[in-house]
Design a protein around this ligand. Structure first.
Ligand SMILES: [Zn+2]
Length: 164
């Protein structure tokens, strides 16, 4: 997949942050994220919408973590409201594998339907739980380009609650 990124045109702060992120993330890391997300999308359980989505998170490396990548896909349900988004599937899997202290450095979202798929509002809040304004977010726009932005640009007023 080509690494061409559209930056939001109306968010100078987001542009600055995204530019910093593309230097912080290597092209190889971004390409691997997209590959892992695409592989996961092929396993999508989406018999109702046929919208096959994959997401892959890059974890911050620290004493417990080594910059692992964990992927997830969307899993639908006959009771539509029980459907789980790919982004949340990836984050849940990452917690299951690496524990509650994971932090997200980046997340890439893809779909096999050649459609735009920015993370939904619920997923933005879920990304915030394990990330921050600087977390890199890559997703496909309607024109097929990959948007490179930050969670801070996508969710400027996320909900926070002090935790222990
Ligand atoms: Zn979602």
């Amino acid at each position: 997949m080509a690494n061409s990124f559209d930056l939001p045109q109306n968010a100078a702060l987001a542009q600055t942050s995204a530019a910093a992120l593309t230097t912080a993330l290597s092209g190889a890391e971004i390409a691997t994220l997209h590959e892992r997300a695409t592989d996961a999308a092929a396993n999508s359980y989406s018999p109702y919408s046929h919208f096959r989505v994959g997401a892959a998170v890059l974890l911050e490396a620290d004493a417990q973590q080594t910059g692992e990548i964990v992927a997830g896909t969307n899993v639908e349900n006959a009771s539509y409201r029980l459907t789980c988004c790919a982004e949340q599937s990836a984050i849940v899997a990452a917690v299951a594998l690496y524990g509650p202290k994971i932090r997200l450095r980046a997340i890439a979202i893809v779909n096999l339907n050649h459609a735009a798929s920015a993370p939904c509002g619920a997923c933005r809040q879920t990304i915030l739980e394990f990330g921050g304004p600087e977390t890199a977010v890559f997703y496909p726009s309607a024109d097929g380009e990959t948007v490179s932005t930050t969670l801070g640009a996508l969710l400027p007023a996320g909900f926070n609650l002090a935790s222990e």
